[in-house]
Structure formats: C-alpha cells, structure tokens
Design a protein around this ligand. Structure first.
Ligand SMILES: Cc1cc2nc3c(=O)[nH]c(=O)nc-3n(C[C@H](O)[C@H](O)[C@H](O)COP(=O)(O)OP(=O)(O)OC[C@H]3O[C@@H](n4cnc5c(N)ncnc54)[C@H](O)[C@@H]3O)c2cc1C
Length: 306
C-alpha cells in the first residue's frame, strides 16, 4: 500500500523530476491531470472548458527553479500565455508559483520577476493568482504578494491560503483588511503538526470557518475544493446569508471531478478550472496521486489500455 506521505516524499526528489521530463511514456499517464506539453494544447483544453461554462486558470508547470536564467524564461513564458489568452479569446487568468520565479535563489529576484508578470496582466486587464507552496515559504509569499497587491490593486493579483495551516485563519483576517482576493484550498504539501493540523476533521472545520469569512467579506474569492461537503457548506452558507452566485467562484483542478465541475456550472455557479501544462509535471502529478492514492490504479490501467 503506497501512502500519502511516501508519494509526497517522492514528489520532492529532484532526480526523479529530471528523469520524468525526458521519459516519453509518462506523458500518457499524466494526460488526465496535465493539459499537454505546450501552450497550444492548454488553450485547446481551456476552449473545451469554456464551452461547458467553466473559466480557467492557466498554469505553466515548473516549480523549485534554481537557475536565474530559468526564472527569466518563466517570465517570458507567462507573458506569452497572457498574449495567447487575448489572441484566442479564451476566458482564463493565470496562476504562478513563486519558487518558479526564484524564491529558492533570492526573494528580490522573485519579486521583480513576479512583478513583470503582474504588470503585464494588469496592462491586459487580466489577473494573476499567486499559488501557495510549503509552509517554509508562506510568510515570504505573503510579503511579496502584499507588495504586488499594493502596487497593482485587488483586481489584478490574488493569493492562495491553505486551511491545513494553523496560521491561516489569522492570515485571512489580516489580508481581508487590505482587502485581497483569496483562493482557499486545503493544502497539498507534507507538513508537520507544528505548522498544520494533523487531523482531517480540523482541516475541514478550518476550511468552513475561512470560507464563511471570505463569503461575508464582500470581496470576490475562490473556493477551491472537490470535496462535496465543503461545496455543500458553501452553497448553504451563501443561501442563508443571501450571498449571490456571482459573489464568489468555485475552483477545481483539471481532470478532477469533471462531473461536479459541469454540474456546478449548469447550476449557475461560477466555476474555474486550474489548467496546468508543461514538461515539468512531476511534482504536481505526484501531489495529485497523494491526494487520492487510488488514482495510481486508474493511471496504470490507462497506460495499458489499447
Ligand atoms: C483550483 C485549485 C488550486 C489549488 N492550489 C493550491 C495551492 O496553491 N497550494 C496548495 O497547497 N494546494 C492547492 N490546491 C490543492 C488543494 O490544497 C488540495 O490538495 C486538493 O484540492 C484536494 O483537496 P480537496 O479540497 O479536493 O479535498 P479532499 O478531502 O482531499 O478530497 C475530497 C474528495 O475530492 C476528490 N479528490 C480530491 N483530490 C483528488 C484527486 N487528486 N484525484 C481524484 N479525486 C480527488 C475525491 O473524491 C475526494 O474524496 C489547489 C486545489 C484546487 C482545486
């Protein structure tokens, strides 16, 4: 039996990450969660999502970048994505990870790189979501986000917070004062009990507490989950408080609970799907397996299918 923590441990192995980018048969395995290797494939996937009433968040996979030139290439890639969104007329914003822009090298370099992308998004009237990574970078991610938010405004940059972290409720309260647009998710990294709640029930309870704060704040936020209980709690709370369907959006990952994505869009809720693409898919893909180890069998079955 493969455990969640083993999969999360494997997700951080650099050698496996490098090997995975060159091993072609893996592409077939990843197709369920990754929209393709290049921008054109992701645009196609987003067009299909738009056709069923979902918007998207474009994500170029490449986290934990350790060479400065590579961080610059990420800026170019994201400017290209923003241009492609406009050219193709798809309904999509973008999501970035700060370790993609140099957080493991230098926070100032990261700020400058992220700033270049947010500036381009603001110029085009688009929006950049700063994903949240491991708890070792939570504070610096919030600090960089705040600088960007103050410069470019609430409509052009937002952040992600994770309900498994003990600090998150206070972070949400602080960030709502600015105000800031927040995506709440449960959290996908391997965290110790000092930083994160070890029990799923506490993670879920915190999720619902934060969701209520967000919905009542008057700012537009993202409720990111595939958990039917979290979704039901959100819908119930919105109805009870007379909060309109346009006041927030649900968010899910590409390839996960497509039935629910379609259903929510059909029911008139705003539904955004996170669409990752690129050859550095390994850590992202392993986190998806860790969330649901049963996915391993699904993937293996697919590999040997016709
Ligand atoms: C749009 C979006 C953006 C995200 N951004 C971040 C981020 O910036 N930082 C971060 O740490 N995490 C991020 N995550 C991941 C998140 O933290 C969780 O790890 C992930 O969403 C699983 O949690 P859950 O809320 O779906 O609930 P869970 O309790 O994990 O799952 C509930 C149910 O959803 C289904 N499900 C969940 N995951 C899968 C899967 N991989 N495959 C198949 N079924 C599944 C299953 O039916 C499961 O029973 C993001 C998630 C989403 C949807």
């Amino acid at each position: 039996m493969v455990t969640k923590s083993t999969l999360l441990y494997l997700s951080r192995q650099e050698r496996l990450k490098d090997f995975a980018t060159t091993f072609k048969p893996f592409e077939r395995m990843t197709a369920r969660f990754v929209a393709g290797e290049d921008i054109a494939e992701a645009v196609l996937a987003i067009k299909q999502l738009n056709a069923i009433g979902c918007t998207a968040s474009f994500d170029h996979l490449n986290e934990g970048v350790s060479r400065m030139e590579e961080t610059k290439a990420e800026v170019v890639e994201y400017k290209n994505i923003l241009a492609k969104i406009d050219e193709s007329g798809i309904q999509s914003n973008v999501s970035i990870k700060l370790t993609q822009f140099g957080l493991d090298i230098d926070p100032e370099l990261t700020y400058r790189n992220a700033r270049a992308v947010v500036e381009e998004a603001a110029r085009r009237g688009n929006f950049v979501r700063v994903d949240m990574e491991g708890s070792n970078v939570t504070q610096v991610t919030i600090d960089i986000f705040k600088r960007l938010r103050n410069e470019f405004g609430v409509d052009h940059v937002g952040i992600v917070l994770q309900s498994y972290l003990r600090r998150t409720y206070d972070d949400v309260k602080e960030l709502l004062k600015i105000p800031a647009r927040i995506r709440i998710c449960k959290g996908a990294y391997n965290e110790g009990p000092d930083a994160a709640f070890p029990d799923k029930k506490d993670v879920d309870d915190n999720y619902v507490r934060v969701m209520k704060l967000l919905l009542s704040s008057g700012t537009y936020h993202g409720i990111a989950t595939h958990d039917p209980r979290m979704i039901e709690a959100t819908i119930d709370y919105a109805q009870k408080e007379s909060i309109g369907k346009d006041a927030f959006e649900f968010q899910m990952l590409y390839g996960v609970r497509r039935d629910l994505q379609e259903q929510l869009a059909r029911d008139g809720y705003k539904m955004r799907v996170y669409v990752p693409y690129g050859k550095h898919w390994y850590p992202y893909f392993m986190r998806r397996l860790a969330e649901r180890p049963a996915n391993i069998w699904f993937i293996v079955k697919n590999m040997f299918k016709g």
